[in-house]
Design a binder for this molecule. Structure first.
Ligand SMILES: NC(=O)c1ccc[n+]([C@@H]2O[C@H](COP(=O)([O-])OP(=O)(O)OC[C@H]3O[C@@H](n4cnc5c(N)ncnc54)[C@H](O)[C@@H]3O)[C@@H](O)[C@H]2O)c1
Ligand SMILES: O=C(O)CC[C@@H](O)C(=O)O
Length: 526
């Protein structure tokens, strides 16, 4: 398996990839065209924020299975396009949280005490002691917008500096914020009361340009703003105007609408602005953390099919994988079984989970079922990442429900496929810790390991029927390793489920069909 590292990645991560036996190439600073020309043979792409993973790039990435972002932000990745093409996109939340929070605090302190302006003026031979009068942050009010991983660390560090902290986050409950000792307020109150405002929200439709002229007008005179989140959350022109008018006393920016910012960006000329070139996550510690995390995640996925921290497929890891893994494998086989039975158009998929599935989200199991079902018809491009998407694209309705009630088994998955004319129900369970079994096909109760060559035969419930089937298979050199016979509801037909050591070819099916007591034969490969 080949891994391309197209942005700077901590050495520790590269070592992990190599130690896992992966073939690693580090090629940084490639233009989009160069990256497109290189990507073809690679199975994994490791990026930070410089490489752009566009639909166009993905089209050329014919072997790509996973994009790993050493860091959090994924605004340089076309996630829907990756999903459509079955490429897992993963990031490493957590690894650079403290570092970025510390950067925001550093920016606030630097801004308050004119550290950068003092440095610059001294280097030009000046002694601007009077001009560069600062302000204390002690007892001042910090408004934190976004109380996620980074915002909550910033709030905690600010408390340590004896600041009063106000928090605005429409998602986090007031009680959660208050329990941690901070005051939860609405946004306008934060604007009205804060001496410093620091932004820690993701950039999305709602937050793009959220700090615009209107928001700036609501802020306290002399406020200072820190943005170590994403460029484009702050309207750079409106910010420049607020600084020029004296409404705002200073701003610290680590991120820009365009990176690097254009040389004619007016903000670059303002004395009241301090700037860093997206350095929020740039410490040795954070880069080691994210490099190690992304490398381990890629190894887990490429070598063990274990998806960790993915943003476009339900992630599963550790204990969850141990407990759900057998059900995931069972569900995929059940999907394959359905696909071979139900040859008509698919309209609807219903999945019912009975029993206690250890409290886990069962989405990975459902995805595996859909993957098994659709990949049989549509080929290997259907995988757990894009299975839901492809089903939706084909107009197939999917409903999933679960009930803690157990039936005949501790855990049971019942899947029903509806086509224009027929329905098919298949149920399965796992015996012990990892022994999958199909236990029902429509009303036929069975117990079969979903593996190998199977045949389902309908025959008349008359003496000699089963014997003639066994003899015909034997005449063609096919050994039956397992046979189950059931009586269909109503009693006229038998259903025989056979497992054979070798596949049953079409000429054998024809020979079976020629037997007077055989009504139908369907073979399956699981
Ligand atoms: N400068 C850097 O190098 C650097 C490094 C890491 C992360 N980041 C950026 O920092 C930001 C925060 O990262 P995080 O890991 O803390 O994310 P997170 O997902 O843990 O937290 C984001 C928080 O913002 C809240 N939020 C969403 N919309 C909001 C809105 N309209 N108003 C107020 N709150 C809102 C969410 O509820 C969530 O609690 C992201 O934009 C991330 O890309 C930058
Ligand atoms: O890789 C970087 O330096 C950017 C980090 C940061 O913006 C992130 O989103 O994790």
């Amino acid at each position: 398996m080949k891994v391309l590292v197209s942005d700077n990645l901590g050495e520790a991560g590269i070592e992990i990839l190599k130690a896992a036996g992966l073939d690693v190439d580090v090629k940084t600073g490639l233009s989009p065209e160069e990256l497109k020309a290189e990507i073809g043979p690679y199975h994994a792409l490791v990026i930070r924020s410089a490489s752009r993973v566009t639909d166009d790039l993905l089209e050329a990435a014919e072997n790509l299975k996973v994009v790993g972002r050493a860091g959090i932000g994924l605004d340089n990745v076309d996630i829907p396009a990756a999903t459509r093409r079955g490429v897992v996109v993963m990031n490493t939340p957590g690894g650079n949280v403290v570092t970025t929070a510390e950067h925001a605090i550093s920016m606030m302190l630097s801004l308050s005490r004119n550290i950068t302006r003092g440095t610059a003026s001294l280097k030009t031979g000046r002694w601007d002691k009077k001009k560069l009068m600062g302000r204390e942050i002690y007892n001042k009010t910090l408004g934190v917008i976004g109380f996620g991983k980074i915002g909550s660390v910033v709030a905690d560090r600010a408390r340590g500096l004896k600041m009063k902290v106000l928090v605005y986050d429409p998602v986090v409950q007031d009680e959660t914020i208050e329990k941690q000792g901070f005051e939860s307020v609405r946004i306008d109150e934060l604007y009205a009361r804060a001496d410093y405002i620091t932004i820690h929200v993701p950039k999305n439709k709602e937050t793009a340009n959220m700090i615009n002229a209107e928001a700036l007008a609501k802020m306290k005179d002399g406020v200072m703003l820190i943005n170590c989140a994403r460029g484009g959350i702050v309207d750079e022109e409106a910010l420049y105007d607020a600084l020029e008018s004296g409404k705002m006393a200073g701003a610290a920016l680590d991120v820009f609408a365009q990176e690097p910012p254009p040389a004619d960006l007016r903000l670059l000329q303002s004395e009241k602005v301090i700037l860093t070139p997206h350095l929020g996550a740039s410490t040795f510690e954070a880069q080691t953390n994210v490099a190690v995390a992304v490398a381990n995640q890629i190894v887990e996925y490429l070598k063990h099919n274990n998806v960790v921290n993915a943003v476009n497929v339900p992630s599963i890891s550790g204990q969850a994988l141990e407990q759900l893994g057998p059900f995931i494998r069972l569900a995929e086989k059940m999907g394959m079984l359905h696909a071979q039975f139900m040859t008509e158009q698919l309209k609807e998929i219903n999945i019912l989970y009975n029993g206690d599935f250890f409290g886990y989200d069962l989405m990975p199991v459902t995805s595996a079922f859909i993957q098994g079902l659709l990949s049989y018809r549509l080929g290997a491009e259907v995988n757990a990442v894009n299975a839901h998407y492809i089903a939706k694209e084909h107009g197939i309705k999917i409903t999933e429900s679960s009930s803690p009630e157990t039936t005949d088994f501790l855990h049971m998955i019942t899947t029903k496929i509806t086509g224009p004319e027929k329905t098919l129900t298949v149920a399965g369970t796992v015996f012990g810790k990892s022994d999958p079994r199909i236990v029902r096909i429509d009303d036929f109760r069975i117990e079969i390991i979903p593996k190998g060559h199977l045949a389902l035969i309908h025959n008349l419930d008359e003496p000699g029927a089963i014997g003639s089937i066994g003899t015909t298979l034997g005449d063609h050199g096919i050994n039956i390793s397992r046979m189950q016979v059931g009586l269909e509801e109503g009693g006229e037909h038998n259903i025989i489920l056979l497992r054979t050591d070798t596949p049953i070819s079409q000429n054998v099916v024809d020979a079976l069909m020629a037997l007077p007591k055989v009504i139908s034969v369907r073979t399956m490969e699981l």
